[in-house]
Ligand binder design. Structure first.
Ligand SMILES: [Zn+2]
Length: 436
């Protein structure tokens, strides 16, 4: 590698699967795979915090950031709710009108009262959204049940991740600051989801003094969740991203910039939805336990994480592990699986019991989507599965053509450091592509 005196452009294509690149859909990227250093596959990390892996060079289990939300009553940004009388009112599952004897008139009254309560609750949730900003940088409510919020902590976004000191471990941003490297950060959550805005911002930065620009295009995630990777729409989505990259290339000369473009993970077609709370209901009734009182669960899209509160709740969780349907459609994380996938167990912030869906099985409902959204594509499954793999591509100034079969997501961090000729974050576990 020649020393790079110019700009490094790091562009993350969210959930852009390795096999989306071809001469028809993505001619710009395809051409570059024959000119740059191209790893056809990139293996992601388990969990949902890929940005942590990229910016610290560590896997989630090590960095204490395995899932976005944790069970963490002590540090919950929502703990202010506990002293709020409105919280108790809106958390109530039953209301006086539920108890009144049924009649047709009462039915109508009940609907009106339910509807009115629903509206008030929505207003209240908006208040919470504003209030929580006093306690953390970024904690979307998603669709977490209201009564669970004070138990929930956020792992990744207690502080803006692009500022020094945001991670427990040293991050690439800490290193940037130490080496006086100016950088521009155009990624989530600074630029949130709108790829046209990102493109515009990117082009506007071409004369900035930044040595590295970090940006993200999200349509490959957002839109393909919606349509599924096997749908014809997927080809249009990836084609549009390819056009945006070509547009950037018009403004950033290949001789004056080094590009790193990655798909941070893949996506697979949803085969089946699984209603976990409904599956658990009969067992819950039989064992006379109650969610919220004896145990709690958190529903990620591909994982159900349980934490017991009472002894009865603990006994219940051990029965849950025996449910045939859950054993058929997924697996419970044991020591061996945890080791193999670097999944943290024995850390109660992630729960006492983790069930992980097999590829293509989607938890519905979950705490990330409303009850009307049926996704056709999902990620967060076993990262050894080919559908879960992204890609890595480096081209431009200082790069000569070479192919690699596969790299890991954590290898991106030391690679960026090498390009900028700076030291790696202290806990980095990745290997730079220039060492491969
Ligand atoms: Zn996604």
């Amino acid at each position: 590698m020649d020393s790079v005196k110019n700009k490094v452009l790091f562009i993350l294509l969210d959930a852009f699967r390795h096999d989306y690149i071809n001469s028809v859909d993505t001619p710009f990227l395809y051409t570059k795979t024959h000119k740059g250093i191209y790893a056809q596959k990139l293996k992601s990390v388990a969990g949902f915090t890929q940005r942590t892996a990229i910016y610290t060079g560590t896997i989630g289990a090590e960095s204490g950031m395995f899932t976005m939300y944790t069970f963490d009553a002590e540090n919950s940004p929502f703990r202010f709710l506990r002293d709020d009388p409105r919280f108790k009112k809106f958390s109530l599952e039953k209301h006086w009108w539920d108890e009144v004897l049924s009649s047709r008139l009462m039915e109508r009254v009940r609907n009106v009262l339910d509807h009115r309560l629903e509206q008030k609750k929505r207003t209240y949730l908006n208040c919470i959204k504003k209030e929580v900003r006093n306690y953390t940088y970024h904690a979307p409510l998603a669709h977490i049940p209201l009564e669970l919020l004070p138990e929930i902590g956020v792992s990744e976004d207690m502080r803006p991740i692009y500022l020094p000191g945001a991670f427990k471990e040293e991050s690439i941003f800490d290193v940037f600051v130490r080496h006086n490297i100016e950088y521009e950060y155009l990624m989530y959550p600074v630029v949130d989801g709108d790829d046209s805005t990102t493109l515009e911002a990117f082009i506007n930065k071409k004369d900035s003094d930044a040595k590295i620009i970090l940006a993200q295009f999200s349509d490959s995630d957002v839109k393909i969740h919606h349509c599924g990777p096997s749908s014809p729409t997927r080809h249009e989505v990836t084609g549009e991203i390819d056009r945006k990259l070509r547009e950037i290339a018009k403004h950033y000369d290949d001789d004056l910039s080094t590009w790193i473009v990655i798909g941070d993970h893949g996506m697979t077609d949803v085969i089946e939805e699984l209603d976990v709370p409904a599956l658990l209901a009969p067992l819950e009734k039989r064992m006379k336990v109650q969610m919220g009182r004896d145990y709690v669960f958190f529903l990620d899209s591909t994982m159900a994480r349980f934490k017991w509160i009472t002894k009865a709740g603990r006994a219940y969780l051990s029965e849950v592990t025996q449910l045939p349907i859950l054993r058929e459609k997924g697996r419970f994380i044991d020591e061996q699986i945890a080791h193999e996938h670097s999944i943290p167990i024995n850390d109660r912030r992630y729960g006492d019991l983790i069930w992980w869906a097999h590829s293509g099985i989607l938890l519905f409902p979950d705490y990330f989507h409303d009850r009307y959204t049926h996704n056709k594509g999902m990620h967060g499954y076993d990262s050894n599965h080919d559908d879960m793999k992204g890609f890595f591509l480096a081209f431009g100034s200082g790069i000569t053509h070479r192919r690699l079969a596969q790299i890991s997501l954590i290898d991106v961090c030391p690679t960026l450091c090498d390009l900028l000729e700076i030291s790696y974050p202290q806990q980095n576990m990745g290997v730079s592509i220039f060492e491969k």
